[in-house]
Design a protein around this ligand. Sequence first.
Ligand code: AMP
Length: 175
Amino acid sequence: MSSELSSVVEAHLADVPDFPVEGVVFKDITPLLQDPGAFRRVIEGIADRYRGAVDVVAGIESRGFIFGAALAYELGVGLALIRKEGKLPRETHSMSYDLEYGSATIEVHRDAFTEGQRVLLIDDVLATGGTAASAATLVETCGASVAGISFILELSFLGGRAALGDRPTWSLHTV
Ligand code: AMP
């Protein structure tokens, strides 16, 4: 099943060289969203793996919201939003982390999770892992536990998996 999902993802990615800056190959997942059968297959594939094992899905801004919303709907659980700084209107927990140049901050509403909830974190791409590791720390700060972290695509040459420690991590397709 996993290798079939991997093939579906691989067939619906567009490589965009030198975007957003020179030297980076941007992995564009919009072809996957444009193909209804492929999008459905990916959401069902992730849902099948976590059904009954998670209480809430947390999507990481912004492409994580697209997959996260469909996944939460399919699993019949709620959706929490992990957003860039300054976007959430109520009291938040926040985490800052280093990027290649500069730093970034992500936030979550303090009441996004209840104590002990099992959370599935989702984003489109695992690169250096800084974003997902900070998102996982936010979940844990709220007293919930990270039951899984899932990505559509993992860029293994950037070593992001190590930043996630021993949290259970699954990528549909790895390059
Ligand atoms: P990182 O914190 O380095 O793992 O970066 C992860 C975040 O940046 C994710 O939200 C991705 O959507 C985005 N990202 C990083 N590198 C790429 C890439 N080469 N192509 C597409 N998205 C990327």
